[in-house]
Design a protein around this ligand. Structure first.
Ligand code: SF4
Length: 319
């Protein structure tokens, strides 16, 4: 692992037991590396395992298999006490800022809480200047500090969630669909805020989203997940200009397009059918039940994720 790497995930697995010896294979062998100051977007349909992957990396869940190395430290099997000092380095921004903010705390207390928990300051009074500076950075004012979460709009609440995540100056922020619950007009503002902070502080983002157009704008690299596995990964522009995996092509075909002629042409490549159950994932390539190019061998063996040139990785027997 080079000094440039902030996060390295190898063959990560997260299964959930749902009784009667049945397992949900939510994340099943995901590997990637994220460098300092960079953003990796993870995309896929809902149920593809991208959020579970993020929550396993931040160790909200125990790990079933594989490894997670944060800034050179293996955190795979650390308990919560061991993880506590490392939480300063790794923070999370949630999809629903309303649910993730304590309704009984003022914004000032919400943002100050991590500072006190990590002994950056001794008490609330000492945190005031830092909290006001952070509010200013996320486009709020100190007048907002004594209000409660329900008094804010969705966009403002997400700014509070971002302020809380960034106040410790983490090196890695896991953004779990941070703009999905926001109006389109607010989404760009929040994205710009995250990008500004990255330019200023060199923070890295793992950015989970199903909105492909926004992921392109925000990410250096993009990984596409299907049924708990990465099926394609490349630099952001490369994956949008030259998608290889049939699933990625299908996802890109489902992006709404203003030009009707282009939209008709793209629609032909949209994906048919529903995502199969992660309890009994299909054998071989997991996409074979929906893939228009499936060959007999596709249901027998999965193609490994391999570099087909210039760091463009794809898992498909066509390549
Ligand atoms: Fe389709 Fe086969 Fe490629 Fe899977 S391996 S995406 S089924 S062509």
């Amino acid at each position: 692992m080079s000094d440039q790497t902030i996060l390295e995930v190898k063959d990560l697995k997260k299964y959930f037991s749902i009784g009667k010896k049945q397992l949900v294979h939510a994340v099943d062998g995901v590997s990637f590396r994220l460098d300092r100051g960079k953003t990796l977007g993870l995309v896929g349909e809902s149920g593809c395992g991208k959020s579970t992957c993020a929550r396993t990396i931040i160790r909200m869940y125990d790990v079933t298999g594989g490894s997670i190395v944060l800034d050179g430290t293996d955190i795979t099997n650390m308990n919560q006490k061991e993880l506590k000092p490392l939480r300063r380095k790794m923070q999370m921004i949630f999809q629903d800022p309303y649910a993730s903010l304590n309704a009984r705390m003022t914004v000032r207390d919400i943002i100050a809480e991590p500072l006190i928990a990590h002994n950056v300051v001794k008490n609330k009074a000492e945190s005031t200047d830092l909290v006001y500076a952070m509010l200013d950075q996320v486009g709020l004012t100190k007048e907002h500090a004594n209000r409660y979460a329900h008094e804010f709009s969705g966009g403002q609440r997400q700014r509070v969630g971002i302020a809380r995540a960034l106040i410790l100056q983490p090196e890695l922020v896991i953004c779990d669909e941070p703009i999905s619950a926001l109006d389109v007009s607010i989404q760009a503002q929040v994205i710009n805020l995250l990008k500004d902070f990255q330019e200023e502080k060199g923070v890295s983002y793992l950015f989970i989203a199903h909105d492909l157009s926004m992921v392109r704008y925000v990410s250096d690299d993009v990984g596409v997940m299907y049924l708990g596995q990465l099926v394609e990964m490349a630099e952001s522009d490369e994956i949008y200009q030259h998608p290889l995996h049939p699933y990625t092509k299908g996802l890109l075909g489902s992006i709404p397009i203003a030009n009707p002629a282009l939209a008709r042409q793209k629609k032909k490549s949209s994906i048919e059918g529903d995502i199969p159950s992660p309890i009994h994932p299909p054998t071989g390539c997991r996409f074979h039940t929906r893939c228009p190019y499936a060959k007999p061998e596709c249901s027998q063996a999965a193609a490994p994720l391999k570099d087909v040139g210039g760091g463009h990785m794809v898992a498909c027997h066509l390549y």
